[in-house]
Write a protein that binds this ligand. Structure first.
Ligand code: ASP
Length: 420
């Protein structure tokens, strides 16, 4: 516990540093309005370096965290029963989340201004057909998915390799250990990169403010507000209804029990980092340990309702900054892609912003638009991570309740096998 409190303090101080960096970026950006060129030429590249470093590590993190999750399940039948219910719940809640994000962003769309996005260029791209999207989920090369950061292909790769390791049984033990270690190494590398967040945030935001002035601060505050309204609406409405109706649990008791994990997620902006506390909270609320230890790590990687909300809100925001009106078809496409993109998002800070590219691309929106929200990503991230881990916990409580009889029979069988 002492360890985790210490860790929490460390994370909190990083969050404080980021807020200070945000404030300084706004002040310096405003002061540099007449020298916007300088900010874009000499400050922005350091922000780009920071984003590049995050992109560099995200592929390996997704690959190894999912593989580690799969191989930790061992028995494929249990995985099927728990996994089926889990994935269905995750997909449905995430689709709801994107719809809530899109819906609210559309309601507030009128307040998003059309910005002077001078260095951002927009070229309409041809959308990919539905069948091509399906085909593109499957990798045709062992290295390309990592190299090109195509997260869904990385997930498929992780699943195939993970199942293969389970299927070769005892022989696969060293691989399981190796994957765990590599996963830890990748997480450490991410942590090191994230120590640069304050500098990254400053270098990304300062040029944007210098170019657009006070107008963008107002519009960023508005888009942040919309995202937070959507986060809260989703958590309060969808999770309360779900835990009450499917998990037979009082929503109040659920949120109260989740408070330590919620606070940690908010300050650390990492679902994976919040895992140990989330496990503790859900078990304290009566979840089955077997369910929690599979559903939570899986959720920390693939279930990102907050991220989906953020992607929906940002897609509408970026479109309106460029003066583009999204069609209903494009919105549906965003719901589908944001649901899939959030699955491919690693539970680490900043990952959702990288995946925003996939959502924008799916409807031919300019990728450069990410620069508009990149500076304040940390503030979006704190909220979306909180929603992400609350969704994982709600699923754990529900699956524990729904499968309680089967879980009992598995436990009885395991005990019988042990005594035999
Ligand atoms: N930081 C988020 C999480 O860990 C992922 C994201 O960036 O959206 O859940």
């Amino acid at each position: 516990m002492g360890e985790s409190v210490k860790k929490e303090r460390k994370k909190l101080s990083l969050a404080t540093q980021i807020f200070i960096a945000l404030a300084i970026a706004i002040i310096v950006g405003l002061l540099m309005q007449k020298h916007a060129d300088f900010a874009v030429t000499y400050i922005k590249p350091f922000g780009t370096i920071f984003l590049n470093l995050i992109k560099f590590i995200v592929g390996p993190i997704v690959l190894f965290s999912i593989m580690a999750g799969v191989v930790s399940m061992r028995d494929i039948k249990k995985v099927g029963a728990i996994g089926g219910t889990t994935i269905l719940y995750y997909l449905c809640t995430t689709a709801f989340a994107t719809a809530i994000g899109l819906g609210l962003a559309n309601i507030f769309k009128g307040t998003f201004p059309i910005l002077s996005v001078s260095d951002l260029t927009y070229e309409a791209q041809e959308g990919t057909s539905f069948m091509d999207t399906i085909v593109n989920i499957f990798p045709s090369n062992f290295l390309a998915p990592i190299y090109e950061s195509t997260m869904l292909q990385v997930i498929v790769m992780a699943l195939i390799l993970g199942f293969a390791i389970i299927l070769i049984g005892e022989k696969g033990r060293p691989a399981v250990k190796a994957i765990d270690v590599i996963n830890d190494v990748c997480m450490k590398a991410m942590e090191m990169i994230l120590k640069l967040s304050p500098i990254g945030v400053f270098c990304l935001l300062c040029p944007v403010i210098a170019e657009n002035g006070a107008m963008i601060i107002g519009s960023l505050a508005r888009v942040l507000l919309v995202a937070y309204i959507a986060y809260i609406a989703h958590a309060v409405i969808i999770y309360s209804l779900a835990v009450k109706a499917l998990g037979h649990m009082s929503p109040l008791k659920f949120f109260k029990g989740m408070l330590p994990a919620i606070l940690f997620a908010f300050s650390s902006a990492s679902s994976v980092g919040t895992l140990p506390i989330n496990l503790e909270c859900t078990e304290n609320m009566g979840a089955s340990k077997e369910v929690a230890s599979f559903v939570l790590p899986l959720g920390a990687t693939i279930n990102m309702d907050g991220t989906a909300i953020y992607q929906g809100v940002c897609a509408v925001f970026i479109a309106s900054c460029y003066g583009i009106d999204l069609t209903f078809g494009q919105m549906l496409s965003i719901v589908a892609t944001a649901t899939l993109a959030s699955i491919g998002t690693a539970g680490v800070p900043g990952a959702g912003m990288v995946m925003l590219a996939m959502v924008l691309q799916s409807v031919g929106l300019p990728l450069d638009g990410i620069a508009l929200v990149a500076g304040v990503d940390r503030i979006f991230d704190m909220g979306r991570t909180t929603v992400n881990i609350t969704g994982d916990a709600s699923c754990t409580m529900i699956v524990s309740y729904l499968l309680r009889n089967r879980i009992k029979s598995w436990t009885d069988k395991d005990k019988e096998a042990e005594t035999a």
